[in-house]
Design a protein around this ligand. Structure first.
Ligand code: HEM
Length: 203
């Protein structure tokens, strides 16, 4: 049976390929296999970060403008199919991707005893690594708050997953879209901080 005919099958295939690469490279060296916990945390962190940010960019540059065009296209097919079948699925992977990204980032910091250093922004800027990864962590924490406190509860009203009057839906649209746009903007300096903590800032 072709495992690539299902999402689960594709994920399992990807993990097996990754494990083959790990074993293959270990076989080439003399060190053999040994568990590298921070590397595992970083790998899962980057995977879940791509899921979260990938869907955030999908919402901001594809779904929202697309639904606006569908609404403006009088006599057109409308956006009901997107709001009923696509948006709830995207929001599921989006909100849990956000949780997985935050906790794997925390896992990486805690393993290296760097969480307090990041939380305090490098002890008030004294430690450059703590300052940069700390800025990234705080941006990611604000974004996680926006997802679970502003975006998801309001999206449930907009999509009719919970009861809401037309007035409540109109207010929910404003709050959810502003919170999503904010996260879109914050993701850019966040990724700068994530990549620059150990590799240095571009300027
Ligand atoms: C939208 C959210 C986030 C995304 C997309 C993201 C993405 C990334 C990426 C791509 C890296 C690898 C950078 C590199 O190796 O050059 C990274 C590293 C890291 N991230 Fe995040 N991250 C996010 C949020 C967070 C949060 C909330 C935390 C903390 C709780 C965090 C902690 C870390 C740490 C500690 C590293 C390793 C830095 C290092 O020592 O090289 N990240 N992140």
């Amino acid at each position: 049976m072709n495992p690539l005919t299902s999402v689960k099958g594709a994920i399992v295939t990807g993990v097996i390929l990754a494990l083959l690469i790990i074993v293959g490279i270990a076989e080439m060296g003399s060190a053999g296999l040994h568990f590298n916990e921070p590397s595992l945390a970083r790998w899962i962190h980057i995977l879940s970060g791509i899921m979260w940010i990938g869907l955030l960019y999908y919402f901001n540059v594809v779904q929202v403008p697309g639904l606006a065009a569908a609404a403006a296209d009088k006599g057109g097919p409308g956006g009901a199919g997107v709001t009923k079948y696509i948006a709830p699925r995207a929001l599921l992977w989006f909100r849990w991707g956000a949780v997985a990204t935050w906790f794997t980032g925390f896992w990486y910091l805690a393993y290296g005893h760097q969480f307090m250093n990041a939380l305090t922004l490098g002890g008030g800027g004294h430690d450059r690594y703590g300052l940069i990864i700390g800025l990234g962590m705080w941006l990611g924490t604000i974004m996680l708050f926006n997802v679970w406190v502003l975006i998801w509860p309001n999206q449930k009203k907009i999509l009719g997953l919970v009861a809401a009057t037309d007035e409540e839906k109109a207010k929910a649209r404003k709050v959810a879209s502003l919170a999503s746009r904010t996260n879109f903007a914050l993701s850019i300096p966040l990724i700068l901080c994530m990549g620059s903590a150990t590799h240095g800032l571009p300027f």
